[in-house]
Design a protein around this ligand. Structure first.
Ligand SMILES: C[S@@+](CC[C@H](N)C(=O)[O-])C[C@H]1O[C@@H](n2cnc3c(N)ncnc32)[C@H](O)[C@@H]1O
Length: 351
């Protein structure tokens, strides 16, 4: 197929066409690099639709469009088997080639696309094309929800529906963060706690009356919890996403506990360090704590990236340097251990 398509492109002398061999659950394209994804009669040929839609989500730019035509399952029997059952019973190559084995019902497909992070998901029509008594052609379209919007929705629902003192990351005393901040900055400091949640760190930091503290979180509800707990004009609250954060202000200390590790794409991690570098004083320090390699693989129902010294060094841009790291065991409110690692980072020019 790749050879034939390449030949066609050459015959047309089409210079704006790139054809490459790739699996569509592992597309060889950068994150957020594509405006529109089109597909015709292909997605039903894969057994794992979830990874295909999440890969399409990854390569599309925010609000990028997905438009595809495919076969759907129109069998009358409402109790007909699910895709997983179908895959175990109809594994004959013929069923696959006829676009029968991998088909899903229209509503199942729509739900799967929404779950991958798309909005305005619609079946835009049915075609007269059919490959069996139980299949029919259909067209679909959807738009990629920007990742900051998904994050906000996810975290807002967590802080709205959970007791924040029972969530796994809760600490009754955030002593490791506090100790590292104290060790590296005894004087009056301008501190930002990014992805602060409802953490009690701010309460500790206010014990030093000279500190001024900015709390940034994507969840309004988490900030409300802190606002109801403390009333102090040395604390500024910002509801927003770290990756979009801009300010004229510079901070002596950037603190992040259990936030950076949620950034799964390279592009997002690059943007994180760009923001950090922009807002950190030239003599400032950044304290970032993540799950350690070998620690948990998920947090708050989301996948995370585990780190060790080597892995964080691979992420740091040249203007930022790792000066220290320390492993830390967090005991969850339920009494289980979670392995974290703290990184202390400085501007390279001020080492
Ligand atoms: C696991 S909790 C950690 C909360 C707090 N740092 C602590 O140690 O208790 C992650 C927090 O980061 C926030 N968050 C996640 N991604 C964010 C982003 N990109 N921008 C701003 N806040 C974010 C969430 O709303 C949540 O409050």
């Amino acid at each position: 197929m790749v050879e034939v398509a390449t030949q066609h492109a050459q015959e047309l002398n089409a210079k704006n066409v790139q054809i490459f061999h790739s699996s569509f659950d592992d597309i060889d394209l950068e994150d957020e690099s594509v405006d529109v994804v089109l597909s015709n009669g292909a997605i039903n040929l894969t057994s794992c639709k979830e990874s295909v839609f999440s890969e399409i989500y990854r390569v599309l730019k925010p609000n990028g469009k997905l438009s595809f035509a495919d076969m759907i399952d129109i069998s009358i029997d409402e109790d007909s088997c699910s895709l997983v059952e179908k895959l175990s019973c109809c594994d004959a190559q013929e069923d696959w080639a006829n676009c029968v084995a991998g088909t899903m019902r229209e509503n199942e497909l729509i739900e799967g696309i929404k779950a991958a992070g798309f909005y305005d998901v619609k079946c835009t029509g049915h075609t007269h094309y059919s490959t069996s008594d139980t299949t029919q052609g259909a067209t679909f379209k959807a738009i990629k929800t920007p990742s900051d919007v998904l994050r906000k929705k996810h975290w807002e629902s967590i802080f709205k529906r959970s007791d924040h003192t029972k969530v796994l990351w809760h600490q009754s005393s955030p002593k490791k963060s506090y100790e590292l901040i104290e060790n590296h900055h005894q004087d009056k400091a301008n501190i930002i706690d990014v992805g602060c949640g409802a953490s009690l760190l701010v309460d500790n930091l206010l014990e030093n009356e000279d500190n001024t503290i900015t709390l940034l979180d994507t969840s309004k509800s988490s900030l409300e919890i802190v606002k109801n707990r403390i009333s102090n004009d040395k604390v500024k609250f910002i509801c927003g996403d770290i990756l979009n954060f801009t300010t004229e202000k510079k901070f002596d200390i950037w603190h992040d506990r259990a936030v950076f590790h949620f950034l799964l794409s390279k592009k997002e991690r690059e943007q994180y360090f760009k923001v950090l570098d922009n807002v950190l004083e030239s003599t400032g320090i950044a304290i970032i704590s993540t799950f350690k390699e070998g620690g948990p693989t998920q947090c708050a129902g989301l996948d995370i990236v585990q780190y060790n010294n080597q892995k964080i060094l691979e992420e740091l841009p040249s203007q930022l340097s790792l000066i220290e790291s320390e492993e830390y065991t967090h005991v969850t409110p339920q009494g289980n251990n979670q392995e974290y690692i703290y990184f202390v980072i400085k501007k390279t020019s001020f080492l």
